[in-house]
Design a protein around this ligand. Structure first.
Ligand SMILES: [Zn+2]
Length: 53
């Protein structure tokens, strides 16, 4: 499964490298990983379902 998120540095959507599922608060999941181009951390809120990686 691949995820895309907005990279703040590239100012565009990038694929998220090395994605990790993280629970930001109870029942809310997010993906944390790195921009495939520049390595900046990308954080993307997914929602209530735990993302499959
Ligand atoms: Zn980037």
């Amino acid at each position: 499964m691949e995820y895309e998120g907005r990279c703040m540095k590239c100012k565009t959507k990038r694929k998220i490298k090395d994605p990790e599922a993280t629970e930001v608060k109870k029942g809310v999941w997010a993906i944390k990983g790195k921009c495939e181009k520049c390595g900046t951390t990308i954080f993307k809120i997914i929602g209530k379902e735990k993302p499959k990686l």
